[in-house]
Design a protein around this ligand. Structure first.
Ligand SMILES: C[S@@+](CC[C@H](N)C(=O)[O-])C[C@H]1O[C@@H](n2cnc3c(N)ncnc32)[C@H](O)[C@@H]1O
Length: 584
């Protein structure tokens, strides 16, 4: 590790001991106040009854859903930090800035030196308690994107946000790393030049093993926060949370990117071509500082995209730039660009190749850009699809999946074989295909079709009629005749299920908000042998598992068998969590 940041003189690393385990220290969390948890649909109807949209937004800001990143920050991380600070430093929380509506303009733009980052929040931002030069008797909690625990940094205060009990926390920009944490990688080891400016990735300045440990810690903390202490200790939850499984690809893994641009840029006088990329985050001097930084960072290349998606980004940027030169605009709507990898058999002739669906290289004879690959020992090619309504083809463990380009499909093809293998083991199908599988929130049938050979019958349910159409097609393409798929809300499956419960396993893979209470109640009444809950939001997963085990008819007959993270999105804070419930 080098001991130098990108700008300024050589610096010494901080001597304070910082282990990956303390990246988000939660040692006192068992005493943190547990939030009052309401299921998502209850919150919605409560909101629906009261007030205008503005009032609802205001209330949401003051009382965010505890399963959202803002909810975790304000209801768990900040109270925990205050408690630790209280204990360790003898500083009363009376000294913290209260946001009474007058403080915002006093704080804004203050530059503070020698700020020590104490912990990292669930979104990968550093959090510190900052002594204010303007108010020597006061302190303010600051959330500092790209700060790492143990860093000593220079920051600029930004917006003060009011949370529970009038306490405020301040968003701040990391201006300069004065003394880097032991965890921080040297500048030249950070893979992307936009890191620190672009909001897309949060963890590139940590090595991969630290990223994985951090993601396990996110899961541990989510269960500490959202599950009752008595249930946690009865279930020995923390002992059951395994090491997070890494992605085989650390960059070049994302089969879908959706960069966007700001239409307002074109309204300037004279109009200018908008930046195409991702939202800007922070205004760092510690990385490349662009004086004219716009709301969207202009990204020429995104290293987490697969090679063909990266090529697609370059093509689309050239195409839009030419369009702007000719027409003075790149369009009035559709400010998001879809780039999705498609894998198809290599066409026999050049003519067929010209007719392929995919982004074209307008700098080189307008041909569709392709990258050769091998699928099932045959020559295939990859293209980058940009049309939302195109059918996309993807191969997982030799099985073919088709789906609409703008519908859901997992975005990291490299980790899917590991996840599918793990999930199938946990679904614990018996010998001789006498098991049954229910696939709730099944999308275009990834888990069903991957499991079809091991079970007698499968029933999948999914709210998107388009995805169900493709799930049926995918079963046919892979010569599978024991899967049935129905369109509708997940609970619809209980209307028609006739599987023997003792031989049935259920896989759930809901969207970020998690499951509805009505679904969990019916799942419990159905009483399957096993439940494997795959989630892209471990906080809603923890809430749902707490609710299933303690509030549903048969919940007490289940116990948590294991919980394990899978890193679908290296370099970002996201983690996918797979929890397994087993009936006694
Ligand atoms: C995270 S994706 C999982 C898809 C699939 N398991 C896969 O891996 O490809 C969640 C899916 O749930 C669907 N969905 C959202 N709300 C639903 C509901 N209430 N009932 C059934 N499906 C729903 C979405 O359309 C989406 O396809």
């Amino acid at each position: 590790m080098s001991s130098q940041t990108s700008s300024g003189p050589p610096v010494k690393r901080t001597s304070s001991a910082v282990s990956p385990e303390s990246v988000l220290d939660s040692s006192n969390s068992s005493t943190a106040k547990k939030p009052k948890i309401e299921s998502t649909h209850k919150r919605k109807s409560r909101r629906g009854r009261k007030g205008s949209k503005r009032q609802q937004k205001q209330r949401q800001r003051l009382d965010p859903d505890p399963t959202t990143t803002e909810g975790v920050l304000t209801k768990y991380t900040i109270p925990l930090l205050m408690k630790q600070y209280d204990n360790n430093h003898g500083v009363s929380k009376d000294q913290l800035i209260v946001n009474d509506g007058t403080m915002n303009w006093l704080l804004k733009d203050q530059v503070v030196d020698n700020v020590k980052i104490l912990i990292m929040d669930v979104q990968g931002d550093g959090v510190a308690i900052v002594e204010l030069p303007s108010h020597p008797d006061k302190k303010v909690i600051c959330v500092i994107p790209f700060g790492i625990p143990g860093d000593i940094v220079k920051i600029k205060l930004n917006q003060l946000i009011r949370i529970e009990n009038g306490i405020g926390y301040c968003k701040a920009d990391l201006l300069h790393v004065i003394n880097p944490s032991q965890l921080r990688l040297a500048e030249d080891q950070i893979p992307c030049k936009y890191f620190g400016i672009c909001s897309g990735c949060q963890l590139q300045s940590l090595d991969y093993s630290t990223q994985l440990q951090l993601k396990r810690r996110t899961i541990v903390n989510a269960y500490r926060f959202l599950m009752d202490e008595s249930l946690r200790s009865r279930e020995k939850i923390e002992d059951k949370i395994g090491q997070t499984v890494g992605s085989p690809l650390l960059v070049g893994y994302r089969t879908k990117l959706t960069p966007h641009y700001d239409l307002l840029d074109m309204k300037a006088d004279p109009p200018k071509i908008p930046s195409i990329g991702y939202e800007a985050k922070g205004r760092p001097e510690w990385r490349v500082m662009n004086e004219n930084q716009t709301r969207v960072v202009d990204i020429e290349d995104c290293i987490i995209g697969t090679p063909i998606v990266r090529k697609g980004l370059a093509n689309e940027r050239t195409r839009l730039s030419k369009k702007f030169d000719q027409e003075g605009s790149i369009g009035k709507k559709g400010a998001t660009i879809l780039l999705r990898e498609d894998t198809v058999p290599k066409p026999d002739s050049k003519d067929d190749e010209m007719n392929l669906n995919g982004s074209r290289d307008t700098d080189h004879d307008d041909t569709v850009s392709t990258i050769p690959c091998i699928v099932k020992d045959q020559p295939y090619i990859k293209t980058c699809v940009t049309d939302h309504n195109s059918t996309v083809h993807e191969y997982v463990n030799g099985l073919e999946f088709r789906f609409l380009a703008n519908e859901f499909f997992q975005n990291n093809n490299s980790i899917l074989p590991l996840v599918i293998d793990y999930v199938q083991k946990k679904l614990n199908f018996g010998e001789g295909r006498d098991s049954y599988l229910v696939d709730a929130y099944c999308g275009s049938g990834l888990f069903s079709i991957s499991s079809a050979k091991s079970v007698k019958r499968i029933l999948g349910v999914e709210i998107s009629a388009q995805s169900i159409k493709f799930a049926k097609l995918n079963a046919e393409l892979n010569h599978i005749d024991n899967c049935e798929f129905i369109a509708g809300k997940a609970e619809k499956l209980f209307d028609q299920i006739d599987f023997p419960r003792d031989q049935t396993s259920v896989i759930l893979d809901p969207p970020r908000k998690g499951c509805d209470k009505v679904f969990l109640d019916q799942l419990s009444q159905f009483l399957p042998k096993r439940v494997v809950y795959v989630s892209c939001n471990v906080h809603s997963q923890a809430r749902d598992i707490q609710s299933f085990l303690t509030e549903t008819e048969n919940g007490s007959k289940y116990h948590v068998e294991s919980i394990r993270g899978f890193d679908f999105f290296p370099q970002t804070y996201h983690v996918e969590s797979v929890a397994v419930l087993e009936r006694e």
